[in-house]
Design a protein around this ligand. Structure first.
Ligand code: ADP
Ligand code: MG
Length: 380
């Protein structure tokens, strides 16, 4: 179902073809410059392989969430970085070994999956290569619309991601543990609901743990909290799978949300109204690391705390180290989790470092990924 059925680049000869590739070049920017090029470095081998095979290669991607044309989110800086890294000539919107199209989200038809924009994208191409794992959970013009119009295959990076993460779907080795953190509370609370029945244990830190603690009647002070979600998660913390959910027993708190605020460690049930939870505490870090080390399959998404603050980095660091040390099949997804792992120099110590955050979670939930499902029509 979710892993999908599709042809890959091994099934076609792209020589002499005009090929459009959808890559995931949605990289974090800092002051207009590429802040982390992991996705660029991951995308390039597919593009280079196509050029070497004699294809005329054009690549498209979105970058950020522009509403219409926004020069600050031009793919120009990305094309420049690609050109620096690759021995090939890479350029934005002009003929080159690899031609980069401008940000697909500059066109409102992208997220609407409009027929007009899908046709504009498809126009003049003989083959479409879907290689943007981080975007296939969205039914957009550059993921679904174009693949309905041009013969399409899965690219090697997409195929690798689906195969690696597919190990969590069909009878994963047990204990199967998922570690969740980060900030996108409402998105990820749905993930908890869908994943909980499938796992043996779910370790929850980061911003979302406070909504679950609140559902258990615990005071969470000024911590990140999604009040509207409290009722929704109550069945999880009271239901038959409640023992699988492992919440922090201690929390690093401060009275201000800032990098230089003084922090202290308090019991998770002893937080006071003026306190803000910034990280899981040391006792929780030890507990989480222990569970990760005894797992056989483990997936991690989302930092355990505000790791941008030196005072709130320990929990994320402990989880990253345990992910690197465990002998389990270990995978990490999510931009910030991947960045934390890379900052610690541990990125090669996990079994799989995914380029996709939301997409990896939706895959593990067992949801169909529209950008993968659409490829099936080209099997025959
Ligand atoms: P990923 O990119 O790995 O999917 P998210 O984008 O969901 O992760 O979350 C990353 C963000 O979560 C970080 O910027 C981090 O500061 C924030 N975060 C983690 N814990 C907390 C917390 N306790 N309070 C507020 N923000 C948090
Ligand atoms: Mg993020």
């Amino acid at each position: 179902m979710t892993a999908g059925r599709y042809l890959t680049l091994d099934d076609v000869d792209p020589g002499g073809l005009r090929v459009l590739v959808r890559s995931d070049l949605n990289v974090p920017l800092d002051a207009g410059a590429v802040d982390d090029d992991f996705r660029i470095v991951s995308a390039l081998p597919t593009l280079e392989r196509l050029v070497e095979a004699g294809a005329a290669v054009t690549v498209c991607s979105h970058l950020g969430r522009p509403e219409g044309v926004d020069p600050a989110l031009s793919l120009g800086v990305v094309a420049e970085r690609m050109d620096q890294i690759s021995s090939l000539d890479v350029a934005l919107e002009r003929p080159a070994d690899i031609t980069v199209l401008e940000n697909t989200r500059f066109n409102p038809g992208e997220t609407l999956n409009s027929a007009e924009y899908a046709e504009e994208l498809a126009d003049g191409f003989d083959l479409f290569v879907q290689d943007a794992f981080g975007s296939v959970h969205r039914a957009h013009a550059s993921t679904v619309g174009v693949a309905e119009r041009v013969r399409s295959v899965a690219g090697p990076l997409l195929d690798k991601e689906l195969k690696a993460l597919g190990r969590f779907l069909s009878e994963p080795e047990v204990p199967y543990v998922v570690v969740l953190g980060g900030a996108k509370v409402s998105d990820k609370l749905a993930v908890i609901e869908n994943l909980l029945p499938k796992v043996d244990a779910m370790l929850i830190g980061g911003g979302m743990c406070f909504t679950l603690l609140a559902a258990k009647g615990v005071e969470v002070g000024g911590s990140l909290l999604e009040e509207k979600m409290i009722e929704r998660v109550r069945p999880l913390v009271e239901g038959s799978d409640r023992e699988k959910i492992i919440l922090p027993s201690d929390i690093v708190v401060a009275t201000e949300f800032s990098a230089d605020a003084a922090v202290e460690v308090v019991g998770a049930k002893q937080m006071e109204p003026g306190q803000i939870g910034l990280d899981i505490g040391p006792e929780t870090s030890l507990l989480f690391a222990g569970v990760i080390r005894t797992a056989e399959s483990v997936f991690w998404n989302g930092p355990m705390g505000v790791f941008e603050f030196a005072s709130a980095r320990s929990g994320t660091e402990a989880v990253a180290r345990a992910m690197a040390e465990t002998s389990a099949f270990s995978a990490v997804g999510g931009g910030d989790s991947a960045a934390a792992l890379r900052e610690l120099g541990l990125e090669t110590h996990v079994s799989h470092l995914s380029t996709g955050g939301g997409a990896s979670l939706e895959l593990l939930e067992g949801r169909e990924l529209p950008g993968v499902a659409v490829l099936e029509r080209w099997l025959l």
